[in-house]
Design a protein around this ligand. Structure first.
Ligand code: ATP
Ligand code: MG
Length: 542
């Protein structure tokens, strides 16, 4: 199949018919991603493993029963339809059960990161007015003494009634009737990553998994007998929906690994579980590249599709995968509010252009607009905007913040805040976030291209580029560079990197300042926070 065929052939009616989804009257993610597959008692949903080597295998049947018990347990704790249930755990089965159980009772799930500190946790608990927080003792300690009114349900140790979590939920029946939600009922309040400032609570409708289905099928390229593993944490949109819950809507088996990302460990898991589809964020792929080719050769992998999302994927990394795995990584673009809307399609024979995030998702209407809201010409940068009237749009607005929601929408368009250009073939090229664009001596410079060029230098492991205020040029390009462990910083190397970029890009795009750092500021999901680098410059200048 080629991309044009995919788009021509595609209709939402067809997608909805695939599984006889009853979109207007009764649609609940928990049913679609769990219960509907449970009739076959042997169908495996999840291969679970943790850092210590503990393993477990979960059939859909077991997942259904245990999430039913959990749903009944939540009801007994007074949680009702529309209430908010927060989850703060690593990739534990208890967390997956919590998510499913929350939907089964028609409540709204609020994901959290275990890497969060006390403020981040209490901010979300209060903002979403959560009724209950499912967590463990270690995490619960972080909010001791904080003014939060929600109840805690601990998954380790003994709870107040002297029972462990598993003993507690076994007291409740394995039968439960899932609430009859519709596709527009709220399912999740997902806080954005906070790359540009305070995270916003995006409310998703149950419909989100319908919009994710074609993404999984065509962009990730998942087929019925595939074995999928996604590395992203369940605290953010990509990890929760695209990497964990929604793949289950295809009835396939997924691998859930609870442990930190380490290149070699991940290669081992991919080999051991014969994973066919793998998805993670660019930062992980960059680490795989930095670990080198020799390590790749030690493993015999069956992965046929690599997918990446969350940040721009540098062309150099795509080429490394082509050279070492015989296949490019397919870059996918999206956001918490919009879902995955521009992708490279694993299931088509489309040519991957390294550095491009691909073509618009079938069924979506996506434009590149100038500041007045008019489409830009081919080759020019415009803001990515999504038509909110297209069927797959599932964003219900920011929680309790209609003003912020309204700021992002004009007429038919949701403005993503990201700039991209289109080439003659219709491929999208990411330029940077509108806020991150550097304005130097009349030129508008996207940080991504400069960062990607730096990454082509053999000494560089990671780079972040920002505009530094300059009395003459307005701003100059400043690069923060993390070196590979095999290289040492020096002023000669800094100069060399400047010259390297200048020769490859242009004389206005190169970094006039290069600063070596040990790490870059990142969101807990691993996204570079350029605004923190900018703030640190401002503070230093005061
Ligand atoms: P916040 O909205 O709180 O500042 P965030 O925008 O990073 O944080 P997410 O919704 O998790 O929160 O991320 C979406 C953003 O990530 C996009 O708007 C875009 O800037 C970036 N992004 C995602 N995928 C890609 C990609 N493939 N290429 C380039 N950028 C990407
Ligand atoms: Mg955002």
């Amino acid at each position: 199949m080629n991309y044009a065929e995919l788009r021509d052939d595609f209709s939402w009616e067809k997608v909805v018919k695939t599984y006889d989804w009853n979109v207007h009257e009764k649609l609940n993610i928990a049913h679609e991603c769990c219960d509907r597959w449970a009739d076959d008692p042997n169908r495996i949903a999840i291969y679970w493993e943790d850092e210590k080597g503990n393993k477990d295998v979960w059939t859909y049947f077991r997942l259904k029963e245990q999430s039913n018990r959990m749903a009944n347990a939540l009801r007994s704790l007074g949680v009702k339809r529309g209430d908010r249930v927060a989850g703060l755990l690593g990739k534990d089965m208890e967390l997956i059960l919590t998510v499913l159980a929350t939907w089964k009772i028609g409540a709204i799930y609020v994901p959290m990161f275990t890497a969060f500190g006390p403020e981040a946790i209490t901010y979300r608990l209060k903002d979403a007015d959560c009724k209950i927080l499912v967590t463990n003792q270690e995490q619960a300690k972080k909010i001791e003494g904080q003014q939060v009114s929600c109840e805690l349900l601990l998954t380790d140790g003994l709870s107040g009634n002297g029972l462990t979590f598993w003993e507690f939920i076994q007291q409740f029946p394995a039968e439960h009737e899932t609430e009859s939600t519709t596709m527009m009922d709220p399912s999740v309040i997902q806080y954005t990553s906070g790359s540009t400032g305070m995270p916003k609570g995006a409310v998703w409708a149950h419909k989100i998994f319908i919009s994710t289905y074609p993404y999984l099928r065509y962009a990730m390229g998942m087929e019925n007998n595939d074995r999928f593993m996604g590395g992203a944490d369940m605290g953010w949109a990509y990890g929760l929906m695209n990497c964990t819950i929604c793949p289950l809507s295809l009835g396939i088996s997924i691998v859930v690994y609870k442990g930190p990302f380490q290149v070699e460990k991940y290669y081992q898991l991919l080999e051991q579980y014969k994973v066919t589809n793998f998805a993670y964020a660019p930062t992980a792929y960059r680490m795989m590249m930095a670990a080198g080719s020799d390590l790749v050769k030690k493993y015999s992998l069956k992965v046929k599709q690599f997918s990446s999302a969350g940040e721009p994927l540098n062309a150099e990394v795509v080429r490394f995968f082509k050279d070492n795995f015989g296949r490019e990584i397919y870059d996918h673009y999206g956001s918490t509010e919009t879902g995955m809307i521009v992708n490279n399609y694993n299931v088509t024979d489309m040519m991957v252009k390294p550095g491009s995030m691909g073509l618009p998702a079938p069924g979506y209407n996506i434009a590149l607009l100038d500041e007045q809201g008019y489409p830009v010409e081919v080759g020019e940068a415009g803001q990515i905007a999504v038509d909110i009237h297209a069927f797959p749009y599932f964003f219900l607005g920011y929680w309790n913040d209609p003003k912020k929601t309204a700021e992002k929408i004009t007429g038919n368009w949701f403005w993503t805040g990201d700039l991209a250009s289109k080439d003659n073939d219709g491929y999208f090229w990411f330029q940077g976030r509108a806020d991150d664009i550097i304005s130097s001596a009349g030129y508008r410079i996207g940080p991504f291209e400069v960062e990607s060029t730096l990454l082509e230098h053999p000494a560089v492991a990671e780079a972040a580029v920002i505009g530094k205020p300059d009395p003459v040029k307005g701003e100059i390009v400043k690069a923060y560079v993390v070196l590979k462990s095999s290289h040492k910083s020096s002023s000669e190397l800094a100069d060399e990197l400047s010259v390297f970029v200048k020769a490859k890009l242009s004389k206005h795009q190169y970094p006039r300042e290069v600063e070596f750092v040990e790490t870059l500021p990142k969101t807990p999901s691993g996204k570079i926070q350029r605004y923190i680098l900018k703030q640190s410059l401002e503070t230093a200048n005061k």
